[in-house]
Design a protein. Structure first.
Length: 133
């Protein structure tokens, strides 16, 4: 198996994504840089090319089901990353202001006013501290 992750939306409105553990080593607050490689994943010509939403979320352990689904969260800082329309690996990077009780979530986001699948492949995720208090 190649080692990358496929995430995204199917025909339903549910989102698929990746979420880190809490960033407790940051302390009270700081800035992190998230770098990753991604590409769109199409199985048909009508599949959408999604945006990627990278966000800091607050979700305590009680809001995570036994299956790993986060049922309740609050969004802190967030940014949208627009992917290349080509099906090739491209590196993306963004900075977020975070606190030590937040997690980082990376989600595929269906473009507005579209239906059908919106999927991406993600690899080489790196989270580094830019500064912290």
């Amino acid at each position: 198996h190649p080692g990358y992750v496929r995430i995204g939306t199917g025909d339903a409105e549910a989102l698929g994504g990746i979420v880190t553990p809490m960033l407790s080593s940051i302390g009270s607050e700081g800035t992190i840089r998230i770098t990753f490689k991604a590409q769109i994943y199409r199985t048909t010509a009508t599949d959408n090319a999604p945006q990627v939403k990278v966000m800091a979320i607050t979700a305590d352990d009680s809001s995570i089901s036994s299956g790993g689904t986060i049922t309740s969260y609050t969004i802190g800082s967030a940014t949208d990353v627009t992917l290349s329309q080509e099906q090739k690996w491209t590196e993306y990077s963004c900075d977020l202001n975070v606190t030590g009780n937040e997690r980082i979530a990376i989600y595929a986001q269906r473009p507005e006013k579209t239906t059908g699948p919106s999927r991406i492949l993600v690899d080489d995720i790196k989270i580094e501290v830019v500064n912290y208090l």
